[in-house]
Design a binder for this molecule. Structure first.
Ligand code: NAP
Ligand code: ZN
Length: 369
């Protein structure tokens, strides 16, 4: 057996964990920049909890609340200018994956003068500012990964900024911030976590350690996903399960990275404006069918952990959660397949798919005009 494992983030999970551990924030300096989205963190309690924690520790703070979904390089550069002008010592990302990823990129750009291409090389003269992460969605696991995924219009796709120092110093996970997360966002983000756990488990980079977290995450998701329905909000206990499973799945991809599903999903997000988690989930059934052709034992094992006897049973649950599937033209399928084939994460897929395999996954996953 052989593996390496590194995940340096301090994790605090549970109701009021920001308040209870506020004293730890002092370690990172006297001035914080809070990076967040336009609305959600102001109404779900996450922003006010953090502000009062900072006030009690006599840490002054400013806020950049201009992060949009799937933040672009230009969007994070706006935040970095603020971080520089207020002389931030550390960056606090509060929100879904978009604000957390933006916080990471801002932490780099606040102290490094690099152009866009150099940004994605991940090698910087100065170490990024420390990052604190507070997720308010349960899906990306960004609070425990070294990745910031940004929209990069130059390459007309999403691009991955990775460097070990982007692991947040602290992740505060309080599921009570998610109580009013709408159904479609609850589903889309939970399915992102599912995608991380499945892709990580089936990745050629998986290890005994990453499998340990993947199987635990799948076990919880197998219990929680079937209970989601549009007519009722999940109770705190279910929200906590989803958040825990999402964090575990983040710990998986922190080791394995993602595979073809994410590479293909990024095109659906960039060109078709489909939410990140939904984009992956639309492709999942066909991806599993493709992998099971050569690795049926591994796929059956994960289906079993998820509580399904067959791929058809899994497909039924996914169809119920996803509803009507978006349309792709033949031209789009060809274009997106070429792009996905070239992605670095595609080479971590086991077995590595050909262009024809990728086209088939798109064609069978989406509706055609
Ligand atoms: P998101 O883009 O962060 O947020 C989607 C929407 O949810 C926003 O409108 C946001 O509102 C709202 N929202 C957030 N928390 C809420 C709450 N508690 N209640 C009600 N609404 C809430 O979506 P996401 O799926 O969490 O993140 C997707 C991004 O993460 C993508 O860019 C993806 O590539 C990236 N990602 C990163 C990693 C990683 O390891 N770094 C892994 C997977 C995905 P506001 O705009 O008001 O905030
Ligand atoms: Zn993802």
């Amino acid at each position: 057996m052989k593996y390496a494992y590194f995940m340096p983030t301090k994790i605090f999970f549970g109701k009021n964990c920001v308040d209870k551990n506020a004293n730890l924030l002092k370690e990172y300096g006297k001035k914080a920049l809070i990076v967040t989205g336009k609305t959600a963190s102001k109404t779900n309690g996450a922003l006010s909890d953090m502000c009062s924690a900072l006030n009690r520790q006599n840490i002054s703070w400013d806020i950049f609340d201009g992060v949009v979904s799937n933040p672009s390089v230009e969007n994070v550069r706006q935040g970095a200018e603020i971080a520089k002008s207020v002389h931030a010592d550390f960056i606090i990302g509060i929100g879904g994956g978009s604000p957390m990823d933006a916080a990471k990129a801002i932490a780099v750009l606040a102290v490094n003068d690099v152009d866009n291409d150099a940004l994605f090389q991940g090698k910087f003269k100065k170490k990024n500012l420390p990052i604190i992460a507070v997720p308010t969605t349960a899906g990306t696991g960004s609070e425990v990964t070294p990745y910031a995924i940004l929209t990069y219009h130059k390459i007309q796709n999403k691009a991955n900024l990775t460097t070990e120092t982007l692991f947040p110093k602290i992740a505060f996970l309080d599921a009570s911030y998610m109580m009013a997360l709408p159904y479609h966002l609850t589903v889309n983000t939970a399915l992102d976590a599912l995608s991380h756990a499945i892709e990580g488990f089936l990745s050629s980079k998986s290890t005994r350690m990453s499998d340990f977290f993947a199987l635990q995450s799948l076990d919880i998701l197998g219990e929680s996903l079937p209970s989601l329905n549009p007519d009722s909000f999940p109770v705190l206990h279910t929200r906590e399960k989803l958040l825990h499973a999402s964090m575990l799945a983040g710990m998986v991809i922190a080791q394995t990275g993602t595979t073809i599903v994410h590479a293909m999903g990024y095109c659906l997000t960039y060109y078709k404006n489909i939410d990140h988690g939904r984009a992956n989930a639309l492709l999942m059934r066909e991806y599993l069918r493709y992998v099971s052709l050569s690795r049926s034992e591994a796929v059956n094992w994960l289906l079993d952990i998820l509580n399904f006897d067959t791929l058809a049973g899994f497909q039924m649950m996914m169809d119920r959660l996803l509803g009507h599937r978006e349309t792709l033209t033949d031209e789009e399928i060809k274009k997106f397949s070429m792009i996905a084939l070239e992605a670095a994460s595609t080479r971590k897929t086991d077995p590595i798919p050909s262009l024809e395999n990728i086209e088939k996954i798109y064609r069978n996953s989406m509706t055609t005009p």
